[in-house]
Design a protein around this ligand. Structure first.
Ligand code: NAD
Length: 480
């Protein structure tokens, strides 16, 4: 059995330490092997790639129980949520990529301008080489493995760095990959910020990062040292707008589900609610009813409600409870890392709740009278990962979708758009750059190389010097 490479370091990163540390030497040798494996050309073979995707699926399938247990240990994820959002989604990505890979890898023949004819021109997707995938802790399995599907499909070798804040999942993920793959081909490096810095000093051919906006800046800066292209899947404040003609019951039900799944620690969760003043009280009444229906009298006892990942995030989120007027929930218990599903009214843009991504089970509410006022609020904040609008009026939906910028939009639902592999998934501006899922994952990890093959038989002499001799008439014409 191949055991994935595993480097856990305690030392603080400094350039001097890097030069002498054993971890650095181990890391470099690992990367050297990964590069050699890529250079052997093995990963360019389509049958090889398909076989690896199959292996990945089988390995995940064989370890479903372990994965669910680890997600329970790290985040108290309810089994149903964990299976559908972490394992089921991954299977979907693997199956879709496997079914379409041959089509995606085909060379595309394109035209050639007359001035360059005769020639044959084509566009060929080729793997970047050795890629680095850095994962977050909130959906720690799926958000680390789904990019890997793209990396494999496109023919790269990969180094995978799962989040240290979901240690049980990181361990299981390393075990699965270590057992399934040659460590020169795909390897897992476990560790914290220091090891991520160690990795970022090295040269990769592509970096795929999922995490917070501030860390995204560090990644982009580090990547610039090697001119390494990146995808940054970041977060932000995704608004949900509920207009006066929306189906209120459906909106309330879906908002409660999308906000409180994984205890609000979902990058695509609605961060704050903008509701038309005429329907506010009815919507909030229904939200209250659905929180009760989903999680019972005491959500702490509910098997369908998760926990906050660690004490640092618990304190960060509970500090936010101090703003506005709590109208639903608000209780918290540090010993269980539990924060109740909470709705806060009378929120203003200058309160802490609206100054940062909440990433926890608190829904701030703001009211608007005119849709343009709601859109002004959305536009005054950095571009979000998602924007949600509940409305039965096509004009309203059009006004919102065309009048704002966000990674994506979902109308009359939330979060579920991530499951549509026909739609590229990614942010814009502060919520990220680049996208993946389905074909977009293959594209992300591929360089589209342009190839032109010219005829050997025709070579027009006019392009060669001395120009005065070969282009007399032309030069006379352009000089007037
Ligand atoms: P994070 O940015 O803290 O951590 C992500 C990864 O970066 C981890 O592997 C971590 O080890 C590494 N890291 C942390 N600090 C670092 C540093 N100083 N230098 C280098 N590497 C560092 O993110 P998180 O807390 O795991 O996830 C929460 C954030 O991620 C939220 O903002 C959320 O919206 C966003 N997110 C986005 C998506 C998406 O698909 N767009 C998905 C999940 C989470």
């Amino acid at each position: 059995m191949n055991v994935a490479h595993r480097i856990k370091t305690n030392h603080k990163y400094t350039p001097e330490l890097r030069q002498v540390s054993k971890e650095t030497i181990l890391l470099r040798s690992l990367l050297q092997k990964s590069r050699e494996f890529f250079n052997s050309g093995k990963t360019r073979d389509i049958e090889f790639r398909l076989a690896q995707l199959k292996k990945l699926r089988e390995a995940v399938s064989a370890n479903k129980g372990q994965i669910l247990k680890a997600l329970g240990d790290d985040l108290k994820k309810p089994g149903f949520e964990a299976y559908t959002s972490e394992i089921g989604m991954l299977f979907q990505e693997i199956d879709y990529a496997s079914a379409h890979l041959k089509q995606w890898t085909r060379h595309r023949t394109v035209g050639t301008p007359t001035a360059l004819a005769p020639a044959k021109s084509r566009i060929v997707p080729e793997p970047y080489g050795m890629v680095l995938i850095i994962g977050p802790w909130n959906y720690p399995f799926q958000l680390t493995m789904a990019p890997l599907v793209g990396a494999i499909g496109a023919g790269n070798t990969a180094v995978v760095k799962p989040s240290e804040l979901a240690p049980a999942t990181s361990e299981v993920l390393a075990g699965i990959i270590g057992a399934a793959f040659d460590a020169r081909y795909i390897t897992v490096v476990q560790g914290g910020v220091d090891i991520t810095h160690e990795l970022l000093v090295e040269k990769f051919d592509y970096i795929f990062f999922t995490g917070g906006t501030e860390i995204g800046k560090i990644i982009l800066q580090a990547a610039s040292n090697h001119l390494t292209p990146v995808t940054l899947e970041l977060g932000g404040k995704s608004p949900v707008i509920v207009d006066k003609d929306a189906s209120l019951d459906m909106a309330a039900k879906k908002i409660v589900w999308g906000k409180f799944i994984n205890a609000g620690q979902t990058c695509l969760a609605p961060d704050y609610l903008l509701v038309h003043h005429e329907v506010k009280s009815e919507l909030l009444e229904r939200i209250k009813r659905y929180i009760h229906e989903f999680y019972g009298d005491n959500p702490k006892q509910s098997k369908s409600y998760g926990r906050i990942v660690n004490e640092r995030h618990f304190h960060r989120i509970t500090r936010l409870l101090r703003s506005g007027a709590k109208i639903i929930g608000g209780r918290a218990d540090l010993s269980q890392l539990y924060i109740e599903p909470t709705v806060i009214d009378e929120v203003t843009l200058n309160q802490p709740l609206m100054k940062e991504e909440i990433f926890g089970p608190i829904l701030p509410v703001m009211t608007y009278r005119n849709l343009n006022d709601a859109l002004s609020i959305v536009k005054s904040l950095p571009k979000p990962l998602a924007l949600y609008i509940f409305s039965n009026n096509k004009k309203t939906v059009e006004q919102v979708t065309s009048g704002t910028s966000s990674g994506g939009v979902c109308v009359n639902d939330l979060v579920v758009q991530i499951g549509n592999y026909y739609l590229p998934y990614g942010g814009v501006g502060a919520s990220g750059m680049g996208a993946y899922h389905g074909k977009a994952s293959f594209d992300t990890f591929s360089h589209y190389k342009s190839i032109m093959i010219r005829s050997r038989f025709i070579d027009i002499p006019r392009r060669y010097p001395p120009y005065e001799k070969r282009n007399k008439g032309f030069l006379r014409r352009i000089s007037g």
